[in-house]
Write a protein of this length. Structure first.
Length: 266
């Protein structure tokens, strides 16, 4: 089981460095839900401000890699993510400090009026050109053990993809008549084909009540999705199904395997 840390558990040097970024911390609230980082907290400051912090011991290599990716992506995605206020590496810890986004989690359910802002934001994000040499892995690397060489080549691309569009990572903020969607937690960001972002979202839509038909119809609004190669989609679905079986076991994985299969229905 992953060790969870609260603010007072952090080494003094780490807390002092965080406070050098946000000001004196007078309160810290860690969520009850499970996050990928061992330390996650909303920080309240003496000046009345708030910030969001997440971190891990550097020896926790998987989580540290996710934090590294977030730090790499932050200046690239700009207004589409929470602003990174500070990246701290001290006393065996890596901690990222972000602006606090005061909003609500996006409603992905059928008929939601917020699906439109999601569509607009995803299309805007996909206009970003990752800078040459950006240190993000290719998407196919994630499922390397589940794919043949030919299948891996089908998942090649040059688009920055978030790949973890769970509602927990989709925060919408309303201001007057406007609304702004933030894509949070870029720890699984990768470089891949543009359509893969929408393919990954398909399962999230089903889990929020969409039928396969309505979910596929929603994806069809995106030109990059309509242009996706059928063989490449088959490779993506195969990777997700094999991963489900590997992680969950044949019987336990059956619902997930069946859901992914419907993505390929005509």
């Amino acid at each position: 089981m992953t060790t969870r840390y609260v603010w007072d558990d952090l080494p003094g040097a780490v807390r002092r460095r965080v406070e050098s970024v946000v000001g004196t911390v007078v309160g810290a609230e860690s969520p009850d839900t499970c996050y990928t980082s061992p330390f996650v907290a909303t920080l309240g400051t003496a000046e009345g401000g708030r910030a969001f912090a997440k971190g891990a011991p550097i020896g926790d290599t998987d989580v540290a890699e996710g934090l590294r990716r977030e730090a790499v992506v932050s200046p690239i995605v700009g207004r589409f993510a929470a602003t990174l206020l500070g990246e701290i590496a001290v006393d065996g810890w890596c901690v990222l400090v972000f602006e606090y986004v005061d909003g609500t989690h996006l409603d992905l359910s059928p008929g939601s009026g917020e699906l439109g802002v999601l569509a607009e934001t995803l299309e805007d994000v996909q206009t970003i050109d990752p800078p040459p040499g950006v240190e993000l892995p290719p998407l196919a690397e994630r499922w390397e053990k589940y794919l043949t060489g030919d299948e891996r080549s089908l998942l090649a691309g040059d688009t920055l993809v978030h790949t973890d569009l769970d509602p927990e990572n989709l925060m919408i903020r309303y201001a007057g008549y406007g609304r702004r969607l933030y894509l949070l937690d870029w720890g699984r960001a990768a470089i891949g084909p543009a359509w893969a972002e929408y393919a990954g979202l398909y399962d999230r839509l089903l889990l929020r009540g969409h039928t396969p038909e309505s979910a596929r119809a929603w994806l069809n609004r995106f030109p990059v999705w309509r242009r996706a190669d059928r063989a490449a989609l088959c490779a993506f679905v195969a990777a997700r199904q094999r991963q489900e079986i590997d992680l969950m076991g044949d019987k336990a994985a059956a619902p997930g395997v069946a859901r992914w299969a419907t993505l390929l229905d005509e």
